[in-house]
Design a protein around this ligand. Structure first.
Ligand code: AHR
Length: 629
């Protein structure tokens, strides 16, 4: 039998404990969450026509070039289309991010800037087409000799994937055109240049406590020049530029030579998303060390000022009044109220004395200007070995507040590590389990799937995180998003293509924890002992002081049913407990776009008789019980 101690209210659980890790990996931003449909919309990729193709049919004659803008913005180039005759069809087409998809009767907002360089009576036609089948068509007249911005709506006649966007020039002459952007009208909260509604909805449904951004290795970059610099990601699009993505890699199915960042999803949008989700924003910044797996480039300590200033300015951007320089920029983007930033991360998976020396400089500067800011330090890439121990020792000696631990390990490791935090020093730094995922060994190929074996072991491990919520303040699965036709890393919590999205079993595990958190730890035992692996069972309990409930989670990792009496140490209210069950008899079950819900939570009610709930916990099941106090 299990015993749930109703009077065992322990440590408070961080209200933001279960959160999200977002990184622009697997086309998670451009081509994913950020709903822009045109790849290389401003011709700023190093190959300026990547994503674009000239259309020249039925006797049409012409050329296309890029030319330089003469102003100071980061938008350096524009496209010139030259048409030498009026015959046939001439223009440019764009195939989007691993294709482009439209939905029947949905509206797509096209924006661009253009001017006539030569000729009279030039006009444009914008189309969405699948092969010869035109799904949307609009004419744009009234082009002038001065740069002007244009906005038109295209309505798709049917649902289709692998659609092309075409911009066709009609009349003889030369047209300059730039920033050709196409978004569904129906974005999250209906924002222009907004986010994909279906993906954000899945995130919102998790009620996440925090949103960590922008990564991951992406923070560091291949080298320092290509590190993530938040100041390049705010303001008008023409001032954001583009940059190669750290995950622009070339091998096998992970091939992504076309992976760049437009920064349309930039720091303002991340803060705004966190606010929409009711999540604490948690930005991570470069500490002056480029990805140590790549160039390993290091900024000398006496040249670190720019990096530290970026951190200080970011805090002002998030929290400063509109009277401050960076607060004013936030206000100019439409958010005069502060974003109430509480956490700031210094470095990602960095190691060695080089990290410690740089972290010291950041800490001194941040704490003297903003003593209330909570700094997240990194413990290096893996929880095993010397580097990890070294960094923990150094950071503990410095009274670090929160240390970011990452583990991508086998399901067995997750099961064996359910007691990982039982013996952490209660007076030492707190833990941010900032990236974790079980990498299943069931699959023989490289496509590590988000199967039930992985998700179940994560659930078992997470009972250990919850039991130790006095130490583990924050936790997030990683990575969050992946495009089914353009990923570099698996497993991932949510998968999508250009038309649809599905949540993995791992998502449902995360959601069970994040939507059933509790305010304080409580005790659930079996024969007086913590339940952390004995006989394949794992359990944790919490009290929710606001809802006046006791919540407990029991994971059965056995292949058979386990029957248990769950006894309460005192009286509970009501005659029934709510029982949410997530289960599969098969460990290798995974979801797909076609079969998105093979494993999904089922809610039922179970009788409480004389302070006892009788249960039969199914094989391979995650069970959450809620009981009124
Ligand atoms: O989540 C994928 C990568 O794993 C992250 O970018 C990095 O921090 C870790 O190594």
């Amino acid at each position: 039998a299990f015993e749930v101690d109703l009077k065992s209210k322990g440590a408070s659980i961080a209200p933001d404990m279960w959160g999200l890790f977002f990184e622009d990996i697997n086309f998670a931003a451009d081509g994913g969450l950020y709903a822009e449909m045109i790849k290389n919309y401003s011709f700023e990729f190093p190959s300026p026509f990547m994503g674009w193709q000239r259309i020249q049919e039925q006797g049409a004659m012409g050329y296309h070039y890029t030319k330089p803008h003469l102003d100071e913005s980061k938008n350096k180039k524009f496209l010139q289309m030259q048409r030498l005759n009026e015959e046939g069809v001439f223009g440019m087409s764009n195939a989007g991010f691993r294709g482009m998809a439209v939905k029947a009767n949905a509206n797509y907002r096209l924006t661009f800037m253009a001017r006539i360089a030569k000729g009279e009576n030039l006009s444009l036609k914008a189309q969405l087409a699948k092969g010869r089948n035109i799904l949307a068509d609009v004419n744009i007249e009234g082009l002038t000799r001065d740069w002007q911005e244009y906005e038109v709506m295209l309505t798709a006649s049917e649902t289709a994937d692998q659609v092309n966007f075409k911009i066709l020039l009609e009349g003889e002459g030369e047209l300059d055109i730039d920033m050709i952007s196409l978004f569904p009208e129906d974005t999250w909260k209906g924002r222009k240049r907004g986010l994909r509604k279906d993906i954000v909805q899945l995130l919102a449904d998790m009620n996440p406590g925090f949103l960590r951004f922008p990564g991951g290795c992406i923070v560091e970059g291949f080298d320092l020049e290509n590190r993530y610099q938040w100041k390049n990601t705010i303001g008008e699009m023409k001032d954001r530029g583009t940059m190669i993505n750290r995950w622009n890699i070339e091998f096998a199915h992970r091939n992504a030579p076309d992976y760049f960042q437009s920064f349309g999803l930039g720091f303002f949008e991340y803060f705004q998303l966190a606010e929409d989700l009711g999540a604490e924003p948690l930005p991570i910044l470069s500490c002056g060390l480029a990805c140590q797996y790549n160039s390993g480039e290091i900024v000398p300590l006496d040249m670190l000022d720019e990096y530290v200033q970026d951190a200080l300015d970011l805090i002002e951007f998030a929290n400063g009044s509109v009277e401050t320089a960076w607060g004013a920029k936030r206000a100019a983007m439409g958010h005069p109220e502060p974003f109430d930033l509480k956490y700031i991360g210094v470095g990602n998976e960095n190691w060695g004395p080089q990290y410690i020396e740089r972290a010291d400089v950041f800490e001194k500067a941040i704490k003297s200007a903003y003593p209330e800011m909570i700094i997240v330090s990194t413990s290096g890439p893996s929880p095993d070995g010397h580097e990890f121990d070294y960094l923990w020792k150094e950071l503990t000696a410095r009274n670090a507040e929160l240390i970011d631990e990452h583990y991508y390990k086998s399901p067995e490791w997750f099961l064996e590590s359910a007691r990982r935090y039982d013996n952490y020093d209660r007076n030492g730094p707190k833990v941010f389990a900032g990236e974790y995922a079980a990498h299943s060994t069931t699959e023989k190929d490289a496509l590590k799937k988000n199967n039930w074996e992985a998700a179940l072991s994560e659930a078992a491990f997470m009972t250990g995180l919850e039991r130790n919520a006095d130490i583990v303040r924050l936790a997030s699965y990683a990575p969050l998003l992946a495009h089914v036709d353009g990923w570099q890393w698996a497993p991932d919590m949510i998968w999508f293509d250009n038309l649809g999205v599905y949540a993995t079993p791992n998502y449902y595990v995360q959601k069970l924890f994040s939507t059933n958190p509790g305010t304080h730890t409580a005790t659930i035992t079996a024969n007086g002992n913590t339940v952390a692996g004995e006989d394949g069972m794992y359990a944790s309990a919490t009290i929710d002081e606001k809802a006046k409930e006791i919540i407990f989670k029991i994971v059965n990792t056995n292949a058979e049913i386990r029957a248990f009496d769950i006894k309460f140490s005192g009286n509970v209210k009501g005659k029934n407990a709510t029982w949410i069950e997530l289960q599969s008899d098969q460990l290798d079950v995974a979801h797909s776009l076609k079969e998105p819900k093979k494993i999904a939570p089922e809610e039922k009610s179970v009788e409480i008789q004389k302070r006892v709930v009788k249960t039969e916990l199914k094989p391979y099941s995650v069970n959450v019980f809620r009981v009124k106090l």
